[in-house]
Design a protein around this ligand. Structure first.
Ligand code: C2E
Ligand code: CA
Ligand code: CA
Length: 582
Protein backbone atom coordinates (compact mmCIF):
# COMPACT_ATOMS: atom_id res chain seq x y z
CA UNK A 1 0.00 0.00 0.00
CA UNK A 2 1.46 3.40 -0.92
CA UNK A 3 2.41 5.54 2.07
CA UNK A 4 -0.10 8.19 1.07
CA UNK A 5 -2.91 5.65 1.06
CA UNK A 6 -1.82 4.48 4.51
CA UNK A 7 -1.94 8.05 5.78
CA UNK A 8 -5.31 8.60 4.13
CA UNK A 9 -6.70 5.52 5.84
CA UNK A 10 -5.26 6.65 9.18
CA UNK A 11 -6.95 10.04 8.74
CA UNK A 12 -10.22 8.29 7.96
CA UNK A 13 -9.90 6.08 11.04
CA UNK A 14 -9.16 9.05 13.30
CA UNK A 15 -12.25 10.86 11.98
CA UNK A 16 -14.16 8.17 13.94
CA UNK A 17 -16.93 8.24 11.34
CA UNK A 18 -16.85 4.67 10.05
CA UNK A 19 -19.72 2.44 11.16
CA UNK A 20 -21.35 5.18 13.21
CA UNK A 21 -25.09 5.66 13.37
CA UNK A 22 -26.85 7.93 10.83
CA UNK A 23 -26.75 11.61 11.83
CA UNK A 24 -29.36 14.19 10.91
CA UNK A 25 -26.70 16.83 10.20
CA UNK A 26 -25.21 14.68 7.42
CA UNK A 27 -28.53 13.37 6.11
CA UNK A 28 -29.85 16.92 5.67
CA UNK A 29 -26.90 17.71 3.37
CA UNK A 30 -27.38 14.55 1.28
CA UNK A 31 -31.07 15.36 0.95
CA UNK A 32 -30.17 18.86 -0.22
CA UNK A 33 -27.79 17.53 -2.89
CA UNK A 34 -30.41 15.05 -4.09
CA UNK A 35 -33.08 17.72 -4.29
CA UNK A 36 -30.96 20.28 -6.13
CA UNK A 37 -29.63 17.77 -8.67
CA UNK A 38 -32.97 15.95 -9.00
CA UNK A 39 -31.43 12.48 -8.81
CA UNK A 40 -33.03 9.43 -7.15
CA UNK A 41 -29.81 8.67 -5.25
CA UNK A 42 -27.41 10.80 -3.17
CA UNK A 43 -24.65 9.50 -0.88
CA UNK A 44 -21.87 10.44 1.49
CA UNK A 45 -19.42 7.59 1.07
CA UNK A 46 -16.21 6.89 2.97
CA UNK A 47 -13.47 4.92 1.26
CA UNK A 48 -12.15 2.37 3.72
CA UNK A 49 -9.44 -0.24 3.18
CA UNK A 50 -11.48 -2.57 1.02
CA UNK A 51 -15.01 -1.15 1.04
CA UNK A 52 -16.96 2.02 0.55
CA UNK A 53 -19.26 2.69 3.48
CA UNK A 54 -22.17 5.12 3.35
CA UNK A 55 -22.28 7.62 6.18
CA UNK A 56 -25.44 9.02 4.67
CA UNK A 57 -27.59 7.33 2.08
CA UNK A 58 -30.66 8.37 0.12
CA UNK A 59 -32.14 5.93 -2.36
CA UNK A 60 -29.91 2.84 -1.89
CA UNK A 61 -31.02 -0.21 0.08
CA UNK A 62 -27.43 -1.17 1.06
CA UNK A 63 -24.94 0.32 3.54
CA UNK A 64 -21.69 -0.51 1.73
CA UNK A 65 -20.14 -2.06 -1.38
CA UNK A 66 -16.71 -3.45 -2.07
CA UNK A 67 -14.20 -0.74 -2.89
CA UNK A 68 -13.10 -2.04 -6.30
CA UNK A 69 -16.51 -1.49 -7.86
CA UNK A 70 -17.06 1.93 -6.27
CA UNK A 71 -17.24 5.04 -8.45
CA UNK A 72 -16.00 7.20 -5.59
CA UNK A 73 -12.67 5.37 -5.69
CA UNK A 74 -12.10 7.41 -8.89
CA UNK A 75 -13.52 10.61 -7.40
CA UNK A 76 -11.03 10.75 -4.56
CA UNK A 77 -8.18 10.80 -7.05
CA UNK A 78 -9.56 14.08 -8.39
CA UNK A 79 -9.18 17.52 -6.85
CA UNK A 80 -12.69 18.42 -7.71
CA UNK A 81 -15.82 17.05 -9.29
CA UNK A 82 -15.79 13.76 -11.22
CA UNK A 83 -18.66 13.16 -13.66
CA UNK A 84 -19.71 10.11 -15.71
CA UNK A 85 -22.45 11.20 -18.15
CA UNK A 86 -23.40 7.76 -19.33
CA UNK A 87 -21.82 4.69 -17.77
CA UNK A 88 -22.66 2.53 -20.79
CA UNK A 89 -20.42 4.75 -22.92
CA UNK A 90 -17.55 4.71 -20.40
CA UNK A 91 -14.98 1.95 -20.78
CA UNK A 92 -14.17 1.94 -17.01
CA UNK A 93 -17.78 1.46 -15.96
CA UNK A 94 -19.82 -0.27 -18.63
CA UNK A 95 -19.03 -3.71 -17.16
CA UNK A 96 -19.38 -2.50 -13.52
CA UNK A 97 -21.87 -4.71 -11.58
CA UNK A 98 -23.52 -1.56 -10.20
CA UNK A 99 -24.22 -0.63 -13.82
CA UNK A 100 -25.10 -4.02 -15.27
CA UNK A 101 -27.13 -4.92 -12.16
CA UNK A 102 -28.99 -3.00 -9.45
CA UNK A 103 -29.05 -0.06 -8.91
CA UNK A 104 -28.28 0.26 -12.68
CA UNK A 105 -26.22 3.45 -12.46
CA UNK A 106 -26.20 5.49 -15.68
CA UNK A 107 -25.16 8.93 -14.42
CA UNK A 108 -22.73 9.78 -11.63
CA UNK A 109 -21.34 13.07 -10.24
CA UNK A 110 -19.11 13.11 -7.14
CA UNK A 111 -17.03 15.63 -5.19
CA UNK A 112 -14.17 14.40 -2.97
CA UNK A 113 -14.39 15.14 0.76
CA UNK A 114 -10.94 16.49 1.54
CA UNK A 115 -9.95 16.97 5.19
CA UNK A 116 -7.74 19.72 6.67
CA UNK A 117 -4.55 17.83 5.94
CA UNK A 118 -5.56 17.22 2.34
CA UNK A 119 -6.64 13.58 2.57
CA UNK A 120 -9.75 12.58 0.63
CA UNK A 121 -11.81 10.57 3.09
CA UNK A 122 -14.63 9.83 0.67
CA UNK A 123 -17.09 11.63 -1.55
CA UNK A 124 -20.44 13.33 -1.76
CA UNK A 125 -22.17 12.03 -4.89
CA UNK A 126 -25.44 12.03 -6.78
CA UNK A 127 -26.52 9.10 -8.97
CA UNK A 128 -29.21 8.70 -11.63
CA UNK A 129 -30.51 5.61 -13.43
CA UNK A 130 -30.91 7.71 -16.59
CA UNK A 131 -27.91 9.07 -18.50
CA UNK A 132 -27.38 12.86 -18.62
CA UNK A 133 -25.87 14.27 -21.82
CA UNK A 134 -25.14 17.62 -20.28
CA UNK A 135 -24.57 18.60 -16.66
CA UNK A 136 -26.07 21.71 -15.24
CA UNK A 137 -23.24 24.03 -14.05
CA UNK A 138 -25.27 25.31 -11.07
CA UNK A 139 -25.86 21.73 -9.98
CA UNK A 140 -22.12 21.09 -9.97
CA UNK A 141 -21.42 24.34 -8.15
CA UNK A 142 -24.02 23.42 -5.49
CA UNK A 143 -22.57 19.93 -5.15
CA UNK A 144 -19.13 21.43 -4.46
CA UNK A 145 -20.62 23.85 -1.89
CA UNK A 146 -22.50 21.08 -0.13
CA UNK A 147 -19.34 18.90 -0.04
CA UNK A 148 -17.53 21.70 1.79
CA UNK A 149 -20.39 21.81 4.32
CA UNK A 150 -19.97 18.06 4.82
CA UNK A 151 -16.28 18.63 5.51
CA UNK A 152 -17.12 21.39 8.04
CA UNK A 153 -19.45 18.96 9.71
CA UNK A 154 -16.71 16.32 9.93
CA UNK A 155 -14.24 18.81 11.39
CA UNK A 156 -16.70 20.10 13.93
CA UNK A 157 -17.51 16.56 14.97
CA UNK A 158 -13.83 15.86 15.37
CA UNK A 159 -13.23 18.95 17.45
CA UNK A 160 -16.21 18.44 19.74
CA UNK A 161 -15.68 14.69 19.97
CA UNK A 162 -12.43 15.43 21.77
CA UNK A 163 -13.40 18.58 23.65
CA UNK A 164 -15.60 19.14 26.64
CA UNK A 165 -18.16 21.77 25.53
CA UNK A 166 -18.22 23.69 28.84
CA UNK A 167 -14.56 23.82 29.82
CA UNK A 168 -13.33 23.45 26.22
CA UNK A 169 -10.59 21.22 27.60
CA UNK A 170 -9.71 17.94 25.90
CA UNK A 171 -11.83 15.10 27.31
CA UNK A 172 -11.32 11.51 28.45
CA UNK A 173 -11.35 10.20 24.88
CA UNK A 174 -8.54 12.57 24.01
CA UNK A 175 -6.55 11.58 27.09
CA UNK A 176 -6.81 7.91 26.10
CA UNK A 177 -5.82 8.82 22.59
CA UNK A 178 -2.87 10.93 23.79
CA UNK A 179 -1.59 8.25 26.16
CA UNK A 180 -1.66 5.75 23.32
CA UNK A 181 0.10 8.00 20.83
CA UNK A 182 2.67 9.20 23.40
CA UNK A 183 3.46 5.60 24.15
CA UNK A 184 3.72 4.67 20.48
CA UNK A 185 6.17 7.51 19.87
CA UNK A 186 8.32 6.16 22.73
CA UNK A 187 9.44 9.75 23.29
CA UNK A 188 8.92 9.48 27.03
CA UNK A 189 10.52 7.01 29.42
CA UNK A 190 8.03 7.85 32.09
CA UNK A 191 4.61 9.37 32.21
CA UNK A 192 2.20 10.20 34.96
CA UNK A 193 -1.52 10.57 34.99
CA UNK A 194 -2.97 12.74 37.74
CA UNK A 195 -6.71 12.84 38.34
CA UNK A 196 -8.34 15.36 40.65
CA UNK A 197 -11.92 15.82 41.80
CA UNK A 198 -12.44 19.48 42.68
CA UNK A 199 -15.20 18.64 45.11
CA UNK A 200 -16.91 15.71 46.73
CA UNK A 201 -20.05 14.54 45.00
CA UNK A 202 -22.43 15.87 47.68
CA UNK A 203 -20.65 19.22 47.63
CA UNK A 204 -21.05 19.56 43.88
CA UNK A 205 -24.73 18.53 43.89
CA UNK A 206 -25.57 20.95 46.67
CA UNK A 207 -23.72 23.71 44.78
CA UNK A 208 -25.80 22.84 41.72
CA UNK A 209 -28.99 22.93 43.75
CA UNK A 210 -28.31 26.20 45.49
CA UNK A 211 -26.57 28.17 42.73
CA UNK A 212 -28.04 26.63 39.57
CA UNK A 213 -26.43 25.32 36.39
CA UNK A 214 -25.23 28.67 35.14
CA UNK A 215 -23.14 29.39 38.22
CA UNK A 216 -21.81 25.87 38.40
CA UNK A 217 -20.72 26.20 34.76
CA UNK A 218 -18.99 29.44 35.78
CA UNK A 219 -17.33 27.55 38.59
CA UNK A 220 -16.07 24.94 36.11
CA UNK A 221 -14.74 27.63 33.80
CA UNK A 222 -12.97 29.51 36.58
CA UNK A 223 -11.49 26.21 37.77
CA UNK A 224 -10.35 25.48 34.22
CA UNK A 225 -8.68 28.84 33.96
CA UNK A 226 -6.81 28.29 37.20
CA UNK A 227 -5.81 24.67 36.58
CA UNK A 228 -4.68 25.44 33.02
CA UNK A 229 -1.87 27.51 34.51
CA UNK A 230 -0.09 24.24 35.22
CA UNK A 231 0.17 23.49 31.49
CA UNK A 232 3.41 23.53 29.55
CA UNK A 233 4.90 21.52 26.72
CA UNK A 234 5.06 18.37 28.85
CA UNK A 235 1.93 18.86 30.91
CA UNK A 236 -1.62 18.78 29.45
CA UNK A 237 -4.84 19.36 31.37
CA UNK A 238 -8.04 17.41 30.56
CA UNK A 239 -11.61 17.49 31.78
CA UNK A 240 -12.86 13.95 32.36
CA UNK A 241 -16.24 14.56 33.97
CA UNK A 242 -18.03 17.56 35.48
CA UNK A 243 -15.76 18.27 38.40
CA UNK A 244 -13.05 15.76 37.49
CA UNK A 245 -9.84 16.98 35.84
CA UNK A 246 -6.73 15.12 34.71
CA UNK A 247 -3.15 15.80 33.78
CA UNK A 248 -0.91 13.88 31.44
CA UNK A 249 2.70 14.52 32.37
CA UNK A 250 5.52 13.34 30.12
CA UNK A 251 9.30 13.39 30.58
CA UNK A 252 9.22 14.58 34.17
CA UNK A 253 11.38 13.61 37.11
CA UNK A 254 9.78 12.58 40.38
CA UNK A 255 10.72 15.98 41.86
CA UNK A 256 8.98 17.81 39.04
CA UNK A 257 5.86 15.67 39.41
CA UNK A 258 5.88 16.34 43.17
CA UNK A 259 6.11 20.07 42.53
CA UNK A 260 3.20 19.86 40.11
CA UNK A 261 1.14 17.86 42.63
CA UNK A 262 1.85 20.46 45.30
CA UNK A 263 0.77 23.19 42.91
CA UNK A 264 -2.49 21.38 42.06
CA UNK A 265 -3.13 20.78 45.76
CA UNK A 266 -2.68 24.50 46.43
CA UNK A 267 -5.14 25.36 43.69
CA UNK A 268 -7.71 22.91 45.06
CA UNK A 269 -7.47 24.42 48.52
CA UNK A 270 -7.98 27.99 47.34
CA UNK A 271 -11.57 29.14 46.91
CA UNK A 272 -13.13 28.86 43.44
CA UNK A 273 -15.39 31.58 42.13
CA UNK A 274 -18.96 30.41 41.56
CA UNK A 275 -20.32 33.51 39.92
CA UNK A 276 -19.85 36.21 42.57
CA UNK A 277 -19.33 33.70 45.37
CA UNK A 278 -15.98 32.26 46.46
CA UNK A 279 -16.46 28.60 47.46
CA UNK A 280 -13.99 26.14 49.00
CA UNK A 281 -14.29 22.41 48.52
CA UNK A 282 -12.46 19.27 49.64
CA UNK A 283 -10.60 18.39 46.48
CA UNK A 284 -8.89 15.00 46.16
CA UNK A 285 -6.05 13.83 43.93
CA UNK A 286 -4.90 10.42 42.69
CA UNK A 287 -1.74 9.75 40.71
CA UNK A 288 -0.30 6.78 38.81
CA UNK A 289 3.04 6.46 37.03
CA UNK A 290 4.14 4.45 34.01
CA UNK A 291 6.15 2.21 34.21
CA UNK A 292 6.55 2.14 38.04
CA UNK A 293 2.94 1.48 38.92
CA UNK A 294 1.50 0.09 35.74
CA UNK A 295 3.18 -1.50 32.76
CA UNK A 296 0.17 -1.28 30.48
CA UNK A 297 -0.19 2.39 29.41
CA UNK A 298 -3.92 2.19 28.69
CA UNK A 299 -4.42 1.07 32.31
CA UNK A 300 -3.01 4.40 33.54
CA UNK A 301 -6.30 6.29 33.74
CA UNK A 302 -7.93 3.45 35.65
CA UNK A 303 -4.90 3.27 37.98
CA UNK A 304 -5.02 7.00 38.71
CA UNK A 305 -8.78 6.74 39.33
CA UNK A 306 -8.10 3.86 41.72
CA UNK A 307 -5.64 6.08 43.63
CA UNK A 308 -8.26 8.83 43.70
CA UNK A 309 -10.75 6.41 45.24
CA UNK A 310 -8.17 5.53 47.92
CA UNK A 311 -7.73 9.19 48.76
CA UNK A 312 -11.48 9.59 49.08
CA UNK A 313 -11.94 6.49 51.21
CA UNK A 314 -9.13 7.46 53.57
CA UNK A 315 -10.14 11.11 53.70
CA UNK A 316 -6.74 12.30 52.56
CA UNK A 317 -6.10 14.95 49.90
CA UNK A 318 -3.67 12.91 47.77
CA UNK A 319 -2.95 9.23 47.16
CA UNK A 320 -0.44 7.42 44.95
CA UNK A 321 -1.44 4.25 43.16
CA UNK A 322 -1.28 1.16 45.36
CA UNK A 323 -1.53 -2.22 43.70
CA UNK A 324 -3.07 -3.92 46.76
CA UNK A 325 -5.82 -1.35 47.07
CA UNK A 326 -6.41 -1.64 43.36
CA UNK A 327 -6.81 -5.41 43.68
CA UNK A 328 -9.29 -5.01 46.50
CA UNK A 329 -11.24 -2.45 44.45
CA UNK A 330 -11.29 -4.84 41.53
CA UNK A 331 -12.50 -7.60 43.82
CA UNK A 332 -15.25 -5.32 45.11
CA UNK A 333 -16.20 -4.61 41.55
CA UNK A 334 -16.32 -8.31 40.69
CA UNK A 335 -18.31 -9.11 43.82
CA UNK A 336 -20.91 -6.47 42.95
CA UNK A 337 -21.10 -7.58 39.33
CA UNK A 338 -21.60 -11.23 40.32
CA UNK A 339 -24.26 -10.54 42.91
CA UNK A 340 -27.25 -10.41 40.50
CA UNK A 341 -26.34 -13.88 39.24
CA UNK A 342 -26.03 -15.18 42.81
CA UNK A 343 -29.53 -13.88 43.52
CA UNK A 344 -30.85 -15.92 40.59
CA UNK A 345 -28.86 -19.07 41.28
CA UNK A 346 -30.07 -21.71 43.72
CA UNK A 347 -26.54 -22.81 44.67
CA UNK A 348 -24.82 -19.69 45.90
CA UNK A 349 -26.79 -17.94 48.66
CA UNK A 350 -28.10 -19.62 51.80
CA UNK A 351 -29.11 -18.72 55.34
CA UNK A 352 -27.64 -19.65 58.71
CA UNK A 353 -29.43 -19.14 62.00
CA UNK A 354 -27.82 -18.17 65.30
CA UNK A 355 -29.71 -18.96 68.52
CA UNK A 356 -30.77 -16.23 70.92
CA UNK A 357 -30.84 -17.34 74.55
CA UNK A 358 -33.01 -16.11 77.42
CA UNK A 359 -30.40 -15.64 80.15
CA UNK A 360 -32.78 -16.04 83.04
CA UNK A 361 -33.86 -19.61 82.19
CA UNK A 362 -31.21 -20.56 79.58
CA UNK A 363 -33.72 -21.42 76.84
CA UNK A 364 -33.56 -20.63 73.16
CA UNK A 365 -36.24 -18.11 72.33
CA UNK A 366 -35.33 -17.27 68.80
CA UNK A 367 -32.71 -17.04 66.10
CA UNK A 368 -31.06 -14.37 63.98
CA UNK A 369 -31.04 -15.13 60.25
CA UNK A 370 -27.61 -14.51 58.72
CA UNK A 371 -26.91 -14.61 55.02
CA UNK A 372 -24.06 -16.59 53.44
CA UNK A 373 -22.62 -16.51 49.90
CA UNK A 374 -20.55 -19.30 48.43
CA UNK A 375 -19.12 -17.76 45.24
CA UNK A 376 -18.24 -20.29 42.50
CA UNK A 377 -14.70 -18.85 42.02
CA UNK A 378 -13.97 -16.72 45.08
CA UNK A 379 -15.25 -19.13 47.71
CA UNK A 380 -17.05 -17.84 50.79
CA UNK A 381 -17.60 -14.09 50.73
CA UNK A 382 -18.44 -12.67 54.16
CA UNK A 383 -21.71 -10.73 54.39
CA UNK A 384 -19.78 -7.85 55.92
CA UNK A 385 -18.06 -7.52 52.56
CA UNK A 386 -20.87 -7.91 50.02
CA UNK A 387 -23.65 -6.28 52.00
CA UNK A 388 -21.61 -3.14 52.53
CA UNK A 389 -21.00 -3.03 48.77
CA UNK A 390 -24.63 -3.66 47.89
CA UNK A 391 -25.86 -1.00 50.28
CA UNK A 392 -26.79 2.19 48.44
CA UNK A 393 -27.39 0.20 45.26
CA UNK A 394 -30.66 -1.25 43.98
CA UNK A 395 -29.27 -4.71 44.77
CA UNK A 396 -29.82 -4.23 48.49
CA UNK A 397 -33.60 -4.48 48.36
CA UNK A 398 -33.28 -7.53 46.11
CA UNK A 399 -31.06 -9.16 48.73
CA UNK A 400 -33.61 -8.44 51.44
CA UNK A 401 -36.40 -9.87 49.25
CA UNK A 402 -34.32 -13.01 48.77
CA UNK A 403 -33.60 -13.30 52.51
CA UNK A 404 -37.24 -12.75 53.51
CA UNK A 405 -38.46 -15.41 51.09
CA UNK A 406 -35.85 -17.91 52.11
CA UNK A 407 -36.37 -17.32 55.86
CA UNK A 408 -40.18 -17.45 55.66
CA UNK A 409 -40.02 -20.71 53.74
CA UNK A 410 -37.78 -22.15 56.46
CA UNK A 411 -40.11 -20.86 59.18
CA UNK A 412 -42.99 -22.95 57.84
CA UNK A 413 -41.06 -26.01 59.15
CA UNK A 414 -40.37 -24.55 62.60
CA UNK A 415 -42.15 -24.26 65.92
CA UNK A 416 -44.40 -21.20 65.94
CA UNK A 417 -42.97 -20.08 69.30
CA UNK A 418 -39.51 -19.49 67.81
CA UNK A 419 -38.97 -15.84 66.78
CA UNK A 420 -36.73 -15.10 63.83
CA UNK A 421 -34.81 -11.84 63.47
CA UNK A 422 -34.02 -10.55 59.98
CA UNK A 423 -31.46 -7.82 59.26
CA UNK A 424 -32.66 -4.99 57.07
CA UNK A 425 -30.85 -1.96 55.73
CA UNK A 426 -31.59 1.69 55.13
CA UNK A 427 -32.43 0.91 51.48
CA UNK A 428 -35.35 -1.19 52.70
CA UNK A 429 -36.54 1.54 55.05
CA UNK A 430 -36.39 4.06 52.20
CA UNK A 431 -38.14 1.78 49.72
CA UNK A 432 -41.81 2.82 49.45
CA UNK A 433 -43.19 -0.69 49.00
CA UNK A 434 -41.06 -2.51 51.58
CA UNK A 435 -43.83 -2.86 54.14
CA UNK A 436 -46.46 -3.96 51.63
CA UNK A 437 -44.06 -6.57 50.18
CA UNK A 438 -43.34 -7.81 53.69
CA UNK A 439 -47.06 -8.08 54.40
CA UNK A 440 -47.72 -10.00 51.19
CA UNK A 441 -44.91 -12.38 51.96
CA UNK A 442 -46.24 -12.96 55.48
CA UNK A 443 -49.61 -13.83 54.00
CA UNK A 444 -48.10 -16.11 51.38
CA UNK A 445 -46.20 -18.18 53.98
CA UNK A 446 -48.74 -17.77 56.78
CA UNK A 447 -46.25 -16.12 59.12
CA UNK A 448 -47.72 -14.10 61.98
CA UNK A 449 -46.14 -10.87 63.17
CA UNK A 450 -45.20 -12.06 66.68
CA UNK A 451 -42.84 -14.64 65.14
CA UNK A 452 -40.81 -11.88 63.49
CA UNK A 453 -38.28 -9.29 64.49
CA UNK A 454 -36.41 -6.86 62.26
CA UNK A 455 -32.91 -5.65 63.14
CA UNK A 456 -31.78 -2.27 61.92
CA UNK A 457 -28.45 -0.69 62.75
CA UNK A 458 -28.36 2.68 64.40
CA UNK A 459 -26.14 4.00 61.57
CA UNK A 460 -28.81 3.05 59.03
CA UNK A 461 -31.35 4.87 61.15
CA UNK A 462 -29.17 7.99 61.36
CA UNK A 463 -28.73 8.12 57.57
CA UNK A 464 -32.33 9.07 56.99
CA UNK A 465 -34.10 9.36 60.36
CA UNK A 466 -37.31 10.76 58.85
CA UNK A 467 -37.92 7.93 56.36
CA UNK A 468 -36.61 5.35 58.83
CA UNK A 469 -38.99 6.48 61.58
CA UNK A 470 -41.92 6.42 59.18
CA UNK A 471 -41.21 2.88 57.95
CA UNK A 472 -40.43 1.60 61.45
CA UNK A 473 -43.80 2.90 62.61
CA UNK A 474 -45.48 1.01 59.75
CA UNK A 475 -43.57 -2.17 60.64
CA UNK A 476 -44.60 -1.75 64.28
CA UNK A 477 -48.21 -1.22 63.19
CA UNK A 478 -48.11 -4.71 61.68
CA UNK A 479 -47.10 -5.98 65.12
CA UNK A 480 -43.48 -6.83 64.24
CA UNK A 481 -40.77 -6.06 66.82
CA UNK A 482 -37.82 -3.86 65.85
CA UNK A 483 -34.42 -3.96 67.50
CA UNK A 484 -31.59 -1.48 67.17
CA UNK A 485 -28.53 -3.42 66.06
CA UNK A 486 -24.86 -2.61 66.78
CA UNK A 487 -26.01 -0.27 69.51
CA UNK A 488 -23.26 2.01 70.78
CA UNK A 489 -21.00 1.90 67.69
CA UNK A 490 -22.72 4.46 65.52
CA UNK A 491 -21.03 7.64 66.79
CA UNK A 492 -24.53 9.00 66.99
CA UNK A 493 -26.11 11.28 69.49
CA UNK A 494 -28.31 9.02 71.59
CA UNK A 495 -31.04 11.63 71.60
CA UNK A 496 -32.30 9.81 68.47
CA UNK A 497 -33.70 7.20 70.86
CA UNK A 498 -36.41 9.75 71.57
CA UNK A 499 -37.69 9.41 67.99
CA UNK A 500 -37.08 5.78 67.19
CA UNK A 501 -39.92 3.53 68.11
CA UNK A 502 -37.84 0.36 68.69
CA UNK A 503 -38.52 -2.53 71.05
CA UNK A 504 -35.02 -3.50 72.06
CA UNK A 505 -31.34 -2.59 71.93
CA UNK A 506 -28.74 -5.02 70.68
CA UNK A 507 -25.44 -4.28 72.41
CA UNK A 508 -22.65 -4.58 69.88
CA UNK A 509 -20.09 -7.36 70.21
CA UNK A 510 -17.17 -4.92 70.61
CA UNK A 511 -18.45 -4.16 74.13
CA UNK A 512 -19.25 -7.75 75.04
CA UNK A 513 -16.34 -9.84 73.72
CA UNK A 514 -13.78 -8.72 76.38
CA UNK A 515 -16.17 -8.60 79.31
CA UNK A 516 -15.56 -8.87 82.25
CA UNK A 517 -11.78 -8.37 81.85
CA UNK A 518 -12.08 -5.02 80.13
CA UNK A 519 -13.37 -2.68 82.82
CA UNK A 520 -14.37 0.10 80.42
CA UNK A 521 -16.39 -2.28 78.26
CA UNK A 522 -18.09 -3.54 81.40
CA UNK A 523 -18.98 0.01 82.48
CA UNK A 524 -20.31 0.93 79.05
CA UNK A 525 -22.41 -2.23 78.94
CA UNK A 526 -23.86 -1.43 82.36
CA UNK A 527 -24.69 2.04 81.08
CA UNK A 528 -26.47 0.61 78.03
CA UNK A 529 -28.39 -1.85 80.24
CA UNK A 530 -29.47 1.20 82.27
CA UNK A 531 -30.58 3.14 79.23
CA UNK A 532 -32.62 0.15 78.06
CA UNK A 533 -34.27 -0.15 81.45
CA UNK A 534 -35.01 3.58 81.67
CA UNK A 535 -36.45 3.65 78.17
CA UNK A 536 -38.39 0.46 78.82
CA UNK A 537 -36.63 -1.36 75.98
CA UNK A 538 -35.63 -4.99 75.77
CA UNK A 539 -31.93 -5.74 75.57
CA UNK A 540 -29.77 -8.39 73.94
CA UNK A 541 -25.99 -8.78 74.15
CA UNK A 542 -24.24 -10.15 71.07
CA UNK A 543 -20.74 -11.60 70.81
CA UNK A 544 -20.83 -13.65 74.01
CA UNK A 545 -17.75 -15.79 73.53
CA UNK A 546 -16.90 -16.99 77.05
CA UNK A 547 -18.53 -18.45 80.12
CA UNK A 548 -17.24 -15.47 82.09
CA UNK A 549 -19.08 -13.01 79.84
CA UNK A 550 -22.20 -15.18 79.96
CA UNK A 551 -22.18 -15.32 83.79
CA UNK A 552 -21.49 -11.60 84.09
CA UNK A 553 -24.49 -10.78 81.86
CA UNK A 554 -26.76 -13.12 83.86
CA UNK A 555 -25.59 -11.41 87.01
CA UNK A 556 -26.30 -7.92 85.65
CA UNK A 557 -29.82 -8.88 84.66
CA UNK A 558 -29.34 -8.76 80.89
CA UNK A 559 -32.36 -10.33 79.26
CA UNK A 560 -31.09 -12.08 76.12
CA UNK A 561 -27.74 -13.06 74.63
CA UNK A 562 -26.28 -14.41 71.44
CA UNK A 563 -22.73 -15.58 70.76
CA UNK A 564 -20.25 -18.29 69.87
CA UNK A 565 -20.21 -19.45 73.52
CA UNK A 566 -23.77 -20.72 73.08
CA UNK A 567 -23.64 -21.40 69.37
CA UNK A 568 -22.21 -20.22 66.07
CA UNK A 569 -24.67 -19.52 63.26
CA UNK A 570 -26.08 -22.91 62.13
CA UNK A 571 -27.78 -24.49 59.13
CA UNK A 572 -31.40 -25.49 59.83
CA UNK A 573 -30.33 -29.11 60.16
CA UNK A 574 -27.54 -28.25 62.64
CA UNK A 575 -29.94 -26.01 64.53
CA UNK A 576 -32.47 -28.83 65.02
CA UNK A 577 -29.70 -31.10 66.28
CA UNK A 578 -28.40 -28.34 68.60
CA UNK A 579 -31.89 -27.86 70.08
CA UNK A 580 -32.25 -31.60 70.69
CA UNK A 581 -28.88 -31.87 72.41
CA UNK A 582 -29.50 -29.08 74.92
P1 C2E B 1 -24.75 -8.40 62.65
O1 C2E B 1 -26.17 -8.19 62.30
O2 C2E B 1 -24.20 -7.61 63.78
O3 C2E B 1 -24.61 -9.94 62.90
C1 C2E B 1 -23.84 -10.48 63.91
C2 C2E B 1 -22.54 -10.95 63.41
O4 C2E B 1 -21.73 -11.34 64.51
C3 C2E B 1 -22.66 -12.19 62.54
O5 C2E B 1 -21.63 -12.12 61.57
C4 C2E B 1 -22.38 -13.30 63.52
O6 C2E B 1 -21.92 -14.47 62.89
C5 C2E B 1 -21.31 -12.68 64.37
N1 C2E B 1 -21.23 -13.27 65.70
C6 C2E B 1 -22.19 -13.88 66.40
N2 C2E B 1 -21.74 -14.28 67.58
C7 C2E B 1 -20.45 -13.92 67.64
C8 C2E B 1 -19.43 -14.06 68.63
O7 C2E B 1 -19.62 -14.61 69.72
N3 C2E B 1 -18.22 -13.55 68.35
C9 C2E B 1 -17.96 -12.94 67.17
N4 C2E B 1 -16.73 -12.46 66.96
N5 C2E B 1 -18.89 -12.79 66.21
C10 C2E B 1 -20.13 -13.27 66.45
P2 C2E B 1 -21.94 -12.38 60.08
O8 C2E B 1 -22.92 -13.47 59.94
O9 C2E B 1 -20.63 -12.48 59.42
O10 C2E B 1 -22.67 -11.05 59.64
C11 C2E B 1 -21.99 -9.87 59.61
C12 C2E B 1 -22.93 -8.75 59.30
O11 C2E B 1 -23.45 -8.87 57.99
C13 C2E B 1 -24.15 -8.74 60.19
O12 C2E B 1 -23.81 -8.15 61.38
C14 C2E B 1 -25.10 -7.93 59.38
O13 C2E B 1 -24.82 -6.55 59.50
C15 C2E B 1 -24.74 -8.34 57.97
N6 C2E B 1 -25.69 -9.36 57.54
C16 C2E B 1 -25.63 -10.69 57.66
N7 C2E B 1 -26.71 -11.28 57.11
C17 C2E B 1 -27.50 -10.28 56.66
C18 C2E B 1 -28.78 -10.22 56.00
O14 C2E B 1 -29.44 -11.22 55.74
N8 C2E B 1 -29.26 -8.98 55.66
C19 C2E B 1 -28.58 -7.83 55.96
N9 C2E B 1 -29.12 -6.66 55.63
N10 C2E B 1 -27.39 -7.86 56.59
C20 C2E B 1 -26.86 -9.06 56.94
CA1 CA C 1 -28.01 -8.21 63.28
CA1 CA D 1 -24.77 -6.54 65.53
Amino acid sequence: MPIDEQKRLAALKSSKLLDTLPEASFDALTALAQKICGTPIALITLLDDSRQWFKSNIGLPISQTSKDISFCRHTIRNDSVFVVHDTLNHHDFKENPLVTGAPHIRFYAGVPLIDKKGYALGALCVIDTEPREKVNATHIKSLIDIASLVIDQINMRLTYGFLDPITELPNRLKLQHDIKSTFQKQSSERFDVIIADLARHEQYTSLLQSLGHENSDRFLRSATEKLSKTENKNVTVYNLAVYRFAWLVVDHTQEEVNALLAQIQDYLQEPFMCGPLPVTFDGVIGVATYPNDITEPNELIRAAASALLDAKKNHIPLAHYDVNNDRSQQRSFQVLCDLPEALQSTEQLYMLYQPKIDLQNNTCVGVEALLRWRHPDLGMIPPDEFIVLAEHTALMTQITDWVINSVFKQMTYWDKKLTVAINISIEDLESPNFVSKLKNCMQQYQITAERLELEITETAFMENPKEATKTIDEIKALGIAVSIDDFGTGQSNISYLKHINGDSLKIDKVFIQQIPNDKKDALLTLAILNIAETMNLGVIAEGVETKAAFDWLVDKGCQLAQGYYMSKPLTPKQFTKWLQER
